[in-house]
Design a protein around this ligand. Structure first.
Ligand code: GLN
Length: 376
């Protein structure tokens, strides 16, 4: 056994999915859709396989996909990226984050992790040898004093996740500019996970920290097809970073995976070519699902709030008189709904929280809400 592997636990999010299956509970734990991906993607994937795109792609990604990503990030994110030297296609954003951390962080370096955070960032830090330094996201604008105090000579990187999993917080341009200024002052890189960039509500707009002046050569922008196109099983993600950072990320990526699935990289080009109406519909559909789950949770006695982005509701459970893990078990075994205990997203204070996803069909959410009415 290795002390590294012993120093973190298996993913609670994935464990909840296995328990949901075992107990026939509705899975509002792991964030993936139970509805199909767009037909255009299915067709493109079949064509790629039938068209013999079945051997390794270039390790850092098929050229046509890197070119399509360059067009997309220029248009949507305001980032200029050279597909030959600044884009790496990875096995999902999970590998993108892990490869970036291994490539760019030295053991003992501090990495600032805003909290609550997506579960993977903890193990990512352990595996790369980084020392996580947690800063609370809070409600409302960032607390500038706390953020300033977290940056020091030891800081190597800051992880940004906007829209945030699990809280749905969408970082404003001003907040990102504030973080960017701290990065410049302390020579820190931003590693930014923007996988929910198209899932925004109530007029919120997505801003990429990598598009801000001075951040070109100190940002790794991470994204994936998983959430935007409802293909979490495809495992196609990517990093955008300047050539110097990308060269290091590509080396790690190559020896970790050789490359992401070649036929699905080919099909991903069709995804990136979808018309802009697709993204409007995506956000509109998630807005409806968001309101169904929100109404159901309020009726069931949760004091939750509507998120600004992403597809989760992270809610307080203090009133139910159980810790998060006991509450999650009760939900699965007695109510028939799976959710994720809050402690998976916090290094402290998560015991009074739980996360539900609404990345499910409206009928699935309605049935889950009916079941939650029995929560006594
Ligand atoms: N990001 C999704 C979640 O938080 C799925 C995570 C995963 O299992 N890869 O639930």
């Amino acid at each position: 056994s290795s002390s590294r592997a012993d120093s973190f636990t298996e993913s609670v999010i994935r464990e909840m999915t296995r328990l949901a299956i075992a107990h026939k509970a509705i899975n509002l734990a792991q964030g993936f859709p139970d509805f199909p991906c767009p037909d255009e993607l299915k067709k493109a994937a079949c064509e790629a396989i039938n068209g013999d795109y079945n051997q390794y792609a270039i390790t850092w990604g098929a050229q046509d996909l890197r070119q399509a990503i360059a067009r997309k990030v220029k248009g949507y994110n305001g980032i200029d990226a050279d597909p030959e030297t600044e884009i790496t296609v990875t096995c999902g954003s999970t590998e993108a984050m892990m490869a970036s951390m291994i490539a760019l962080v030295n053991p003992g370096d501090e990495v600032i992790v805003p909290e609550p955070f997506y579960e993977n960032y903890g193990p990512d830090a352990v595996i790369s040898g980084a020392v996580p330094r947690y800063v609370p996201l809070g409600n409302g604008p960032l607390d500038e004093e706390i953020w300033k105090a977290a940056f020091s000579k030891k800081t190597r990187a800051v992880i940004i996740n906007t829209p945030n999993n699990p809280t749905g917080k969408v970082f404003s341009r001003n907040e990102l500019q504030f973080v960017a200024d701290l990065c410049a002052e302390h020579d820190v890189i931003a590693i930014t996970d923007e996988i929910y960039e198209h899932i925004l509500y109530d007029g919120h707009r997505h801003v990429s920290i990598g598009s801000l002046a001075g951040m070109e050569d100190r940002t790794v922008t991470i994204n994936s097809l998983s959430k935007t196109y409802s293909v979490t099983g495809w495992r196609v993600g990517y990093t955008i970073a300047d050539a110097r950072l990308t060269a290091r990320i590509r080396k790690i990526h190559d020896f970790l995976t050789v490359g992401a699935p070649a036929p699905l990289q080919h099909a991903a080009v069709a995804a990136l070519d979808l018309p802009s109406t697709y993204y409007n519909e995506l956000a509109r559909d998630y807005d409806r699902r968001r309101k169904i789950l929100y109404d159901g949770l309020r009726k069931a006695g949760f004091s939750c709030q509507l998120p600004d982005g992403a597809y989760y509701i992270f809610t307080d459970i203090a009133g139910f008189g159980m810790t998060d893990v006991a509450f999650a078990r009760h939900l699965i075994e007695s109510v028939g709904v799976a959710a994720v205990p809050g402690s998976s997203f916090c290094h402290e204070g998560g015991e009074t929280k739980i996360r539900f996803t609404f990345s499910k069909k409206e009928e699935t959410l309605r049935e889950a809400c009916r079941r939650l009415e029995n929560l006594g």
